[in-house]
Design a protein around this ligand. Sequence first.
Ligand SMILES: C[S@@+](CC[C@H](N)C(=O)[O-])C[C@H]1O[C@@H](n2cnc3c(N)ncnc32)[C@H](O)[C@@H]1O
Length: 223
Amino acid sequence: MTENPSVPPRREAVRLKHARKHSTSSQAWLNRQLNDPYVQAAKAQGYRSRAAFKLVELDDKYKLIAKGARVVDLGAAPGGWSQVAIQRGASRVVGIDLLPIIPVEGAQFIEGDFMADGMEERLTEMLGGRADLVLSDMAPNTTGHVATDHIRIMALADTALAFATQILEPGGSFVAKLFQGGAERDMLNTLKLRFKTVRHAKPPASRKDSKEMYVVAMGFRPE
Ligand SMILES: C[S@@+](CC[C@H](N)C(=O)[O-])C[C@H]1O[C@@H](n2cnc3c(N)ncnc32)[C@H](O)[C@@H]1O
């Protein structure tokens, strides 16, 4: 990090402090990636994300992906969960993300905001019928402010649940990522009314220092 003589000294000191902080956290991120067995396994097995193993572990435990299942993948980029769904027998996967996704054979993606008007209709049309499984691994960009991050992810998960109750087949399943923080109680009450079985899960691939967890709801009961 070199000093820039054209910038006033105080501003330059602030710039250097930010640059150092950024490079320390980038280094920490890099070290964590290099030492993470899930990152290495994802690479070896051709998964696009270490997150793929979270769905592998949830599916091993709860048998969510039946042969021929029709799956909706919300927050799909870079495509790890869709890869797992196809690999485990899903006949059709439709997904959406704010980010572009390199094609996955057997899946179709929308690049857009799930919270925007008209997206649920587009996903339903693309699926061409009801879904057996709705997945939401959507996560907002975290601010570091626990309450704000919690409220943001709850808004995504609540909207995903409302969509799931419209599109799921009777008996279908719903999985959503949450951050622990309190406001999920209302959601759990709804889930318990509309699904036969509701579980909380922290798959081993989910980092221990992350507040992330998943709700897994099975046996959808239409009203
Ligand atoms: C943890 S990543 C998903 C990883 C994915 N399950 C995989 O295995 O590759 C979370 C994703 O949610 C997406 N996301 C967040 N808010 C969204 C929104 N409103 N609409 C669509 N995607 C969203 C982010 O862009 C991000 O790619």
